[in-house]
Design a protein around this ligand. Structure first.
Ligand code: FAD
Length: 467
C-alpha cells in the first residue's frame, strides 16, 4: 500500500493513493481542494507517516476547477499576502513539515533572496506558486474538474454509517458518480456576492474573474477601454482600482462606494491576536452577545478595509493628477450603486449621491463589482444531508472540532472548513488558522475512525515528496 513518502527509498516515487475498488468506503472525502483541504491532506499524510499501516487514513478530494487554483482572477501584479508566510499550510501546526513556505523557498532556490527581501508578506503570485507546489504531490488523491453535487446519508439500524458523495464532471447532464465515505470535509470556499438587481455579463464582472476578463479584451489600436467603474471599498476594490489605473493609462477609472473613504485594515499586533488559535476557543465558548461584540469590535481586521500602503498610493495618484490638471481617477464616495444596464457598447451605471439623493448615470466601458463574497451555499453541496443537520437560528450547529451536530447518531460525520464564522469566529474563512484547524480535524477524524476500527478500510492517503 502506498504511504506518505519521504525523499528516501522505494516510497519516494509514490504519487498517491486511494484507488476505488480496494475497500470502497473511504475514511474521508474532501469537497474542494483549496488551501483548507490541501492543509488537511498534508496533515493526514503526515499522520499516516507516523502510524502503523493498519491505522492509516484513506482520503480522496474533489475539486471542480480543472487544476489547482487559488483566486486566480485576483493574482494581480504587485499584490501581496495579508497574512504572514509563517501562517502557511503547516507551520503553525508542524514547523518541521516539509510542506512549509520555507521548504518551498528552498526547493525553488530562493530562500536566501527571500530573507534579504525582509518581508513577512510574499506576493500573492508567489504564494499561489507555493500552494501549487504543495498540492502537486497530492495530484493522485484529487479528482480535478469534478464537482460534488450532493451528499446522501446512509442509515443502518438508526445510525448513519457513511455517506454517498455524488460527483459530476462535464456539466449538468453528466451521470453522477458515487463515492462512499465515512466522513466528509466540506471546504468549498466563498462565492461572489453581487449587489441586488445586478447580473454578470461581458461588460459587468465580479473581481473574482478580473484577470481572465482583462485577458480577453480586444488589444488592437483604438480598441483599449476608455473607462472602468469599480464598485466597492474593500481590499479587492482598491487593488482593482490601482491595477486598472496602472494598466490602462488612457482610461478613466471611477471608484464608487458608500463610505466616506477607503478605511485602513487593522493589523496591529494586539488586535491581530483575534486570529490566534486561542481566539477560536474564546469565540467558540462565548455567549451570542459576546460573539457579536467581538465581531463588531474587530470587523476592521478583514471586512471592507484596505492595506494602508495601498490607500496612501491611491491618494498619491489622485493628488498628482490634481497637480497635473488631468484627472482620470474619480472617487465617488458616499455614493451607492442603483442600476447596471449592460449594452453592446457600454454599461449605464445608475448611482446616487447619498447626502443629497442626487442621481446620475455613468456611461462606462466595463463595470467591476468588487462587492465581496458570501460563504459556501451548504444547501447546494449537502442537499440530502441537510434534514439530519442540527440548526440554530437558521445556521448549522458546529462542534468545536468542526464536525456538524447531527440528529442521527453514528460514526459518520460532516466537517466544515470555512462557513463557521458564527461558531468559530472571524478567522474561519481566512488562512490564519488553516494549519491548526487541519490538525484539529485530523485528530477528530482519527478519534472517530478508531471507534469504527472494525470497518473495512480503503488504502491510505499518501503524498510524494514535493519537488
Ligand atoms: C482575492 C483574495 C485574496 C485573499 N487573500 C487572503 C490573504 O492574503 N490572507 C488570508 O488569510 N485570506 C485571504 N483570502 C481569503 C480566502 O478565503 C482564503 O485565502 C482561502 O482561499 C480559503 O481557502 P479554502 O480552501 O477554504 O477556500 P477556497 O480557496 O475558495 O477553495 C475552495 C475550493 O473548493 C472548490 N469547490 C467549491 N465547491 C465545490 C464543489 N461542490 N465540488 C468540488 N469543488 C468545489 C472551489 O473550486 C475552490 O477551489 C483571500 C480571498 C480572496 C478572494
Amino acid at each position: 500500500m502506498p504511504v506518505l513518502s519521504t525523499r528516501t527509498g522505494a516510497e519516494s516515487e509514490t504519487d498517491v493513493l486511494c484507488s476505488p475498488g480496494r475497500g470502497d468506503v473511504l475514511d474521508v472525502v474532501g469537497i474542494g481542494f483549496g488551501p483548507s483541504n490541501l492543509a488537511l491532506a498534508i496533515a493526514l499524510a503526515e499522520y499516516n507517516q507516523e502510524v502503523p499501516e493498519a491505522d492509516r487514513v484513506s482520503a480522496r478530494f474533489y475539486e471542480r476547477q480543472p487544476a489547482f487554483g487559488w483566486h486566480r482572477g485576483m493574482l494581480l501584479k504587485d499584490t501581496t499576502m495579508q497574512v504572514s508566510y509563517l501562517k502557511d499550510l503547516v507551520s503553525m501546526r508542524n514547523p518541521c513539515s516539509r510542506f512549509s513556505f520555507l521548504a518551498y523557498l528552498q526547493a525553488r532556490d530562493r530562500l536566501v533572496d527571500f530573507i534579504n527581501h525582509k518581508t513577512l508578506f510574499p506576493s500573492r503570485r508567489e504564494f499561489h506558486d507555493y500552494l501549487e507546489w504543495a498540492a502537486e504531490p497530492f495530484r493522485g488523491a484529487v479528482d480535478y474538474g469534478r464537482e460534488v453535487v450532493d451528499v446522501v446519508p446512509v442509515e443502518e439500524a438508526g445510525e448513519v454509517t457513511h455517506f454517498q458523495v455524488l460527483t459530476r464532471a462535464g456539466g449538468q447532464q453528466a451521470e453522477p458518480a458515487v463515492q462512499r465515505a465515512r466522513n466528509v470535509v466540506v471546504a468549498g470556499g466563498l462565492r461572489p456576492r453581487l449587489p441586488d438587481g445586478t447580473s454578470l455579463s461581458d461588460r459587468v464582472w465580479h473581481t473574482s474573474e478580473l484577470l481572465g476578463r482583462l485577458e480577453t479584451l480586444p488589444a488592437g489600436p483604438g480598441q483599449a477601454p476608455r473607462s472602468f467603474t469599480v464598485v466597492g471599498a474593500g481590499q479587492s476594490a482598491a487593488e482593482t482600482v490601482a491595477h486598472l489605473h496602472g494598466e490602462f493609462p488612457d482610461a478613466d477609472i471611477h471608484a464608487v462606494f458608500a463610505r466616506y473613504g477607503y478605511a485602513p485594515a487593522d493589523d496591529s499586533a494586539f488586535v491581530n491576536r483575534i486570529f490566534d488559535p486561542e481566539a477560536v476557543d474564546h469565540f467558540y465558548t462565548s455567549p451570542d452577545d459576546v460573539k457579536e461584540m467581538m465581531f463588531d469590535y474587530h470587523r476592521s481586521t478583514n471586512y471592507s478595509v484596505v492595506d494602508i500602503e495601498l490607500i496612501d498610493e491611491l491618494y498619491r495618484r489622485l493628488y498628482q493628477e490634481k497637480v497635473a490638471g488631468k484627472q482620470r481617477l474619480h472617487v465617488h464616495n458616499l455614493t451607492r450603486l442603483l442600476t447596471a444596464d449592460s449594452g453592446d457598447e457600454h454599461v449605464r451605471v445608475g448611482i446616487e449621491f447619498l447626502p443629497t439623493g442626487r442621481r446620475d448615470v455613468l456611461r462606462t466601458d466595463y463595470l467591476v463589482l468588487a462587492t465581496g463574497y458570501r460563504p459556501t451555499d451548504l444547501h447546494g453541496i449537502l442537499g440530502s444531508v441537510e434534514p439530519i443537520l442540527c440548526t440554530d437560528k437558521g445556521r448549522v450547529r458546529v462542534n468545536r472540532d468542526y464536525s456538524v451536530e447531527s440528529t442521527l447518531p453514528g460514526p459518520a460525520a460532516i466537517y466544515l472548513q470555512g462557513p463557521t464564522e458564527h461558531s468559530h469566529g472571524i478567522a474561519s474563512s481566512l488562512l490564519s488558522n488553516t494549519a491548526v484547524r487541519a490538525g484539529e480535524i485530523t485528530k477528530a477524524l482519527v478519534k472517530g475512525l478508531v471507534r469504527d476500527i472494525d470497518a473495512p478500510r480503503a488504502p491510505a492517503l499518501t503524498a510524494a515528496a514535493p519537488v
